[in-house]
Design a protein around this ligand. Sequence first.
Ligand code: SF4
Ligand code: SF4
Length: 70
Amino acid sequence: MPAVIDVSCINCDMCVPECPNEAISMGAKHYEVDPTLCTECIGYYDKPTCIAVCPIDCIDLEAELRLAAK
Ligand code: SF4
Ligand code: SF4
């Protein structure tokens, strides 16, 4: 399941160059992850690198968001 950027994103650009799949781009109001391109960084990094670099911690994996919502 892909990473998801929430509305608190401050458009700082930190995550964009880090994504090995170029899955992150500017959306209507903030950066968004294209779920068809995100592979959770498998094969590139041990953990999703966008989550690791985001200074305000506004990215989560969709799977974890679903768990948190239960
Ligand atoms: S988890 Fe990895 S592949 Fe997915 S958007 Fe973040 S940096 Fe890109
Ligand atoms: S690093 Fe975080 S705050 Fe910065 S653009 Fe990416 S998602 Fe938004």
